[in-house]
Design a protein around this ligand. Structure first.
Ligand SMILES: [Zn+2]
Length: 286
């Protein structure tokens, strides 16, 4: 049965949403518990909650402390890069206090330019240094800045390789929208590629080529909810449960089972974010 628009997806046990904003986005203020109930019912074992500012970074950690199924990631988004002067010291204190699995989302966004390119470059460089100080990988947002980001991250990845644990990917390209060639270059420098719901959109041949042809061992799946809702729910608010639709779409593209996509992307997430997938396998799907 094909999924119906707005209806809960057929569960896919063991799946992980590697990038979401349920803990602080106002879009969930009216029905957050119901959204999360649907996520766990859809088979999710973890939701990675991602900050974009000091305030939201703190909210992600509070969520993870209240429920271990949340993973907290903290960062100052390129849109908010102009807040670094005001909030940088407090942000560093928050990260150094622990409880975060990665630094993100950070990066460059030359599409919106809510902060100037200079502010964005400075915030990115500062947070890349912080990540090495606290020995954490990074989660990257890149829009209209593919080559600028890659140049910076290729240099950083060399430094990170000697600082982070050897088997741990050094970075994650959140909501990757580049082409297959760029995805391969990121994989070559030790990054994983996160596939968003836009892969399901008709005409997104570039995203589909990436999702079909990169090694499954280098892939994560994410919603970026409340944004980027996959088919068949496009036009509605996105929520973590819909990561199942993305995983099923990727499975069909690759000619493998949805269970294999769930299992492998969740193992990849465990390796990247540094938690125990074996525990999830026992606890999550029984
Ligand atoms: Zn996001």
């Amino acid at each position: 049965m094909p999924p119906k628009r707005g209806e809960p997806p057929e569960p896919l046990p063991g799946i992980i949403d590697s990038h979401a904003h349920t803990s602080w986005s106002r879009e969930f203020d009216d029905d957050r518990p119901a959204v999360l109930d649907r996520a766990w019912a859809a088979g999710l074992t973890r939701i990675v909650e991602v900050g974009v500012s000091l305030r939201t970074t703190l909210a992600c950690k509070a969520a993870a402390e209240a429920d271990p199924r949340f993973i907290a990631v903290g960062g100052i988004h390129p849109h908010e890069a102009n807040q670094l002067v005001r909030d940088g010291a407090a942000f560093r204190t928050a990260i150094e206090a622990g409880g975060y699995a990665a630094i993100g989302e950070i990066g460059l966004d030359f599409f919106h330019k809510h902060s100037t390119p200079e502010e964005q470059y400075e915030a990115l460089a500062w947070q890349l240094d912080l990540a090495l100080d606290v020995k954490l990988p990074v989660m990257i947002h890149a829009r209209e800045a593919d080559e600028e980001c890659f140049a910076i991250l290729a240099g950083w990845a060399e430094r990170a390789g000697s600082v982070l644990e050897s088997e741990r990917p050094v970075g994650m390209m959140h909501c990757f929208s580049g082409d297959l060639e760029l995805a391969q270059r990121y994989i070559d420098i030790g990054f994983v590629i996160s596939v968003p719901g836009t892969v399901t959109f008709k005409g997104n041949e570039r995203g589909q080529a990436v999702a079909r042809d990169i090694p499954l061992t280098s892939m994560l799946v994410e919603t970026d909810c409340p944004y980027l809702t996959p088919a068949p729910h496009r036009g509605l608010r996105n929520e973590p449960a819909y990561v199942v639709e993305t995983a099923r779409f990727v499975a069909a593209l690759r000619g493998v089972s949805p269970e294999e996509v769930a299992r492998t992307t969740s193992m990849n997430a465990a390796r990247f974010f540094g938690f125990d997938a074996a525990f999830d396998a026992m606890a999550g799907t029984a």
